[in-house]
Design a protein around this ligand. Structure first.
Ligand SMILES: CC(C)(COP(=O)(O)OP(=O)(O)OC[C@H]1O[C@@H](n2cnc3c(N)ncnc32)[C@H](O)[C@@H]1OP(=O)(O)O)[C@@H](O)C(=O)NCCC(=O)NCCS
Length: 169
């Protein structure tokens, strides 16, 4: 990996760089919820991307109950990682994505480790994630951060106990 992975809350300054990475190097389905818009990175889908990520600006107190972070290496925005409050106390759900050219270099694992530190600092005890068995990259990243997996059909539920993770230095 070329440098240290940093997480910065998604805001108006990094929103357009984040959208540029998504448009150039990711599929809409990997980076935002489905919307009723023409296929691909149409104008409507780009606008929906902005609207979706702005729902995270208010963090846990906002309607999405989500903190979203741009993933940066060497000051360059490469992707996004989020944590969303779950009904269970002390529990958040995470999800992340990177532009294609940033994948396979350890950035995903490093970003998730940073997210776990932020979750612990926010008083969380458990981080969960949902993916599919076919998503070998996501499963590897989660296992690399100590996740316990439970399979239900094609769905994989990953659970990371923050009590088992040494405190951040
Ligand atoms: C999933 C994703 C974030 C992984 O991030 P990444 O930076 O590529 O992963 P890393 O380089 O940190 O790799 C961590 C481990 O996974 C393995 N891995 C990563 N991608 C892989 C792939 N496509 N196939 C097989 N193994 C893979 C790496 O070899 C590494 O294994 P190791 O710890 O034994 O060395 C990235 O592939 C991505 O953005 N995918 C599209 C969006 C997505 O699916 N998000 C997950 C939703 S839960």
């Amino acid at each position: 990996m070329a440098g240290v992975v940093k997480l910065e809350p998604v805001d108006e300054r990094n929103l357009e760089p984040l959208l540029s990475v998504a448009v150039a190097e990711a599929e809409p389905d990997d980076v935002m919820p489905p919307v009723d818009a023409p296929a691909g990175w149409s104008h409507a889908r780009r606008e929906a991307f902005r609207v979706y990520y702005r729902t995270g600006f208010a963090g846990f107190e906002g309607p999405a109950r989500t903190r979203m972070y741009a993933i940066l290496v060497g000051g360059e925005v490469l992707g996004m990682i989020r944590m969303t409050r779950c009904p269970a106390p002390g529990t958040v759900e995470t999800g992340l994505w990177l532009g294609r050219s940033a994948r396979g270099q350890g950035v995903g694992v490093a970003a998730l480790r940073e997210l776990l530190n932020l979750a612990a600092a926010a008083g969380m005890r458990t981080v969960v994630a949902y993916t599919t068995r076919e998503n070998v990259g996501a499963v590897s990243v989660l296992c690399g951060c100590g996740a316990v997996l439970a399979e239900n059909g094609d769905t994989v539920r990953a659970e990371i106990s923050l009590d088992a993770i040494p405190p951040a230095r």
